[in-house]
Design a protein around this ligand. Structure first.
Ligand SMILES: Nc1ncnc2c1ncn2[C@@H]1O[C@H](COP(=O)(O)OP(=O)(O)OP(=O)(O)O)[C@@H](O)[C@H]1O
Ligand SMILES: [Mg+2]
Length: 523
């Protein structure tokens, strides 16, 4: 708590106020005491002068009873303890206390010392030397005032001739008064001043505390909350404080800083999100490339094998086909009564199956790129239209509707026409076969980023997740009973690779499949 700036400030300000008010009170009390004591002394002096003046006439006439009477009367006044008249030798000539009369006091006593301590009697005593304070035997504080009675002309010329003219001082009037009333006034004033000082200090301390709290503590608390919010991640936190002082300027700068921080934080967040997305995209691309590489490797090794096998099989197959046709022709000639009909049937079966084997071998050779293509620049739309015309009867048989979409401008591709025709035919036949109950096959052509893109979309049952990674592999088929060889897409893949293009399944679901074929475009 004492480490708080506001508490330190309050304590310092309160201490300053307390010291100031303390000094002020001390000065006021001292001044008050001084003034009251002066007034008191003046009062005693006045009384003393009154006694002196009222006894003067009786003294000149030497009427001792009158003098004693006056002194007694004044001595009974409230607050007057005693009135005495000493002669110059210290003898009490008159006293309000009759038992004192005739007593001789030592002239060296404190009451006589102002005159008798000096070598020559002073003609005029200063007021402070006339006054003394002491405690009487009852323990009461007493103000004593001595008033010298000088030997004036009318004293030593009076009829009585009691005093000769050489004597300077005739005696001393000593008045002893109570200081109770004055002390009471002083005490009540002192306690009033002290009480009001304490109350004033308290009120000022309260006002200081309120102001310091309002001007320093509250803004500092708000700033502290702001810093906590920022460190908690709430970068856009604004301190709600409107003020023109230094703390207001700090708050304004803090709020500007939080705006910048928030902006920077959002930018970093966006960047990291974009970075994450980019990393994911690149990962996906790498995965695809890796799969393609694996596929290419597989196909390459398979391609080599297929090429060798196909090459080795091609000649024997040609031989079988030629000889089976020769035997069939010979038997046909000699088949007068039709006795060779069963043999001819078998021979036709042999040549049909051999032709099928020949086609497979041809496909294998195509797939393995062993045969160089004949490349020239062609309008791809013409190739697509020609391919669709070739398989026109397939659409009719399977009750499939054909929808095409071509761009206005012609797209030229450097390609082997026949092989691209084979690609389109293979993919379209797959699409048609995926719709045994009929449907629509959409073939569209477009140009995207200098690539000619052919999309072939069917409304078939789609390709399962299990089959999808394998469909481009040679001999992978889901068609039963030798209906498919599983070479169609493998050959498509090989041809498109040869053209430095791409073939992918763009989408597949229970509502159909879209194949996307991309070929580098010339114009
Ligand atoms: N459009 C399609 N819709 C659903 N499945 C398809 C589609 N195209 C290809 N397939 C699947 O991919 C497999 C491989 O196709 P591919 O063309 O290579 O061989 P195939 O059609 O089975 O036989 P063929 O060698 O006679 O073409 C098919 O058996 C089929 O399961
Ligand atoms: Mg096929």
């Amino acid at each position: 708590m004492f480490n708080k700036v506001s508490v330190k400030l309050i304590l310092i300000l309160c201490a300053v106020v307390l010291v100031n008010l303390g000094f002020y009170s001390y000065y006021t009390i001292s001044k008050l005491k001084q003034d009251i004591s002066l007034a008191c002394t003046q009062n005693a002096l006045n009384l003393s002068d009154i006694v002196k003046k009222s006894t003067r006439y009786s003294m000149l006439l030497n009427k001792r009873e009158d003098i004693a009477q006056i002194i007694n009367t004044v001595g009974t006044e409230k607050g007057v303890y005693a009135i005495k008249v000493y002669n110059k030798d210290g003898l009490v000539a008159y006293s309000s206390d009759s038992s004192e009369v005739g007593k001789i006091y030592d002239v060296k006593s404190p009451s006589c010392s102002p005159c008798h301590s000096q070598p020559q009697l002073p003609s005029n005593l200063p007021l402070e030397q006339m006054v003394r304070y002491f405690w009487n035997k009852d323990g009461q504080k007493v103000l004593g005032l001595i008033n010298p009675i000088y030997n004036e002309k009318d004293c030593y010329t009076a009829e009585c001739h009691y005093h000769s003219g050489d004597v300077k001082l005739l005696g001393l009037l000593d008045i002893q008064m109570s200081t109770d009333r004055v002390d009471n006034v002083v005490n009540s004033n002192v306690s009033g001043i002290v009480t009001s000082t304490i109350i004033l200090t308290g009120v000022l301390a309260l006002i200081i505390a309120l102001f310091v709290n309002l001007m320093i503590n509250v803004p500092l608390k708000k700033i502290s909350t702001g810093i906590k919010e920022i460190s908690r991640g709430n970068m856009n936190y604004k301190i709600p404080l409107e003020s023109r002082d230094e703390l207001g300027v700090i708050v304004k700068q803090f709020n500007n800083m939080s705006t910048s921080l928030d902006k920077a934080y959002k930018e970093i967040k966006d960047w990291s999100e974009t970075l994450n997305m980019k990393v994911e995209e690149k990962n996906e691309e790498l995965k695809k490339i890796y799969e393609q590489v694996v596929q290419i490797e597989k196909l390459a090794s398979l391609g080599k094998l297929s090429a060798t096998v196909a090459h080795e099989l091609n000649n024997p197959l040609e031989g079988i086909l030629t000889y089976s046709k020769l035997i069939a022709r010979k038997l046909d000639k000699d088949n007068g009564t039709g006795q060779f009909d069963p043999l001819l049937k078998y021979l036709r079966l042999i040549s049909d199956e051999t032709s099928r084997c020949g086609r497979i071998v041809k496909d294998l050779l195509l797939f393995s790129h062993k045969e160089e293509g004949i490349f020239d620049n062609s309008n791809i739309r013409d190739i697509i239209e020609k391919s669709l015309m070739i398989i026109n009867h397939h659409f009719e048989i399977h009750k499939v509707r054909l929808l095409t979409h071509y761009p206005q401008e012609s797209i030229i591709v450097n390609c082997d026409r026949q092989r691209i025709e084979q690609v389109i035919v293979s993919v379209c036949i797959n699409g048609i076969e995926s719709m045994p109950d009929g449907g629509t096959l959409k073939v569209s052509l477009s140009s995207e980023n200098m690539y000619c893109v052919i999309r072939i979309a069917d409304e078939g049952k789609g390709i399962s997740d299990k089959d999808l990674p394998n469909i481009f592999e040679p001999f992978y088929t889901t068609k039963s009973n030798g209906k498919g060889t599983g070479l169609g897409l493998a050959v498509v893949y090989g041809i498109i690779q040869q053209h430095k293009g791409n073939v992918t399944v763009e989408s597949t679901s229970s509502r159909g499949t879209v194949f996307k074929i991309e070929l580098p475009q010339l114009s």
